[in-house]
Design a protein around this ligand. Structure first.
Ligand SMILES: N[C@@H](CCC(=O)N[C@@H](CS)C(=O)NCC(=O)O)C(=O)O
Length: 208
C-alpha cells in the first residue's frame, strides 16, 4: 500500500488524501506536524531534504515529493487523468498555474493572516495576485464544467484544495458564481471527503 506523509492542516496534503478517497485507494497516512519539529527531524529530512509535506512512499518504495506529482501518480488508470494528449497537456497547464500563481497567493495569504502578518503592502500584493488567479479560474468555468473540461481531473483536485478555503485568506468568492458552482460540483462527487477527514489508516509521525 502507498504511504503518505501528510500535514492535516495543509491543502497540498489534502489534495493527495482527497484523490485517494475519490479513486477508492487505501492509503497509509502518517501525520506530520512542523510545530512538533517532525519535518525538521533527521528521519524526515532523509525523505525530503526540504522538510516539506506531502511525501508519498509508493508500494515499491519510490519516494515522491510535490503534491501535484503525487496526484499524477495516484490518478494513473483513473478518470482523473484524461486519455487525450491535449487534455493531458491542459491538465498540466492548470496544475503549473496552481503552483505558480494560485497557491503562492491564495494559500500564502491565508498563512500570513493566521500568523498575524502586519505588512499591509505584502497583504495587498497577495490579495491582488489571488484575485487575478480567481478571475482566470472564473473565466474558464463560465464555459466549462471542470478544469478537465467535461469531467473532473487532477487539475480540479489541485485547484479545489485551496480555493474552497479561499475565504480564510480574506478572498470573497461571492463575486465568482462559476467557481462557487464548481466547488459544489466537486463536493458532490462520489466518495468526496472534506478537508477535516482522517483516513482510516492513519497514525502520528514518530522520529525513529
Ligand atoms: N510545492 C510543494 C509545497 C510543499 C509545502 O510547502 N508544504 C508545506 C505545507 S503546505 C510544508 O511542508 N510546510 C512545513 C515546513 O515547511 O516545515 C507541494 O506542492 O507539495
Amino acid at each position: 500500500m502507498n504511504t503518505l506523509y501528510s500535514m492535516q492542516n495543509s491543502g497540498n496534503s489534502y489534495k493527495c488524501r482527497l484523490i485517494s478517497a475519490l479513486t477508492q485507494q487505501d492509503l497509509n497516512v502518517i501525520n506530520v506536524d512542523p510545530k512538533r519539529g517532525d519535518t525538521r527531524s533527521e528521519s524526515y529530512l532523509k525523505l525530503n531534504t526540504l522538510g516539506k509535506a506531502p511525501i508519498l512512499i509508493t508500494q515499491n518504495n519510490a519516494i515522491i515529493s510535490e503534491s501535484n506529482a503525487i496526484l499524477f501518480y495516484l490518478a494513473q488508470s483513473t478518470s482523473f487523468w484524461p486519455e487525450d494528449v491535449v487534455l493531458q497537456t491542459k491538465t498540466l497547464s492548470w496544475m503549473f498555474f496552481e503552483q505558480y500563481d494560485h497557491e503562492p497567493s491564495i494559500a500564502v495569504r491565508q498563512s500570513a493572516l493566521m500568523r498575524g502578518e502586519t505588512d499591509e503592502a505584502l497583504l495587498q500584493k497577495l490579495e491582488y495576485k489571488g484575485y487575478r488567479a480567481l478571475d482566470r479560474m472564473e473565466e474558464h468555468l463560465k464555459d466549462n464544467s471542470y478544469f478537465g473540461e467535461e469531467q473532473p481531473s487532477i487539475a480540479d483536485i489541485a485547484l479545489f484544495a485551496y480555493t474552497h478555503n479561499a475565504h480564510k485568506g480574506g478572498f470573497d468568492l461571492d463575486k465568482y458564481p462559476a467557481i462557487l458552482n464548481w466547488i459544489e460540483a466537486i463536493q458532490s462527487l462520489a466518495h468526496f471527503k472534506s478537508y477535516e477527514w482522517q483516513a482510516a489508516l492513519h497514525k502520528e509521525f514518530s522520529n525513529s
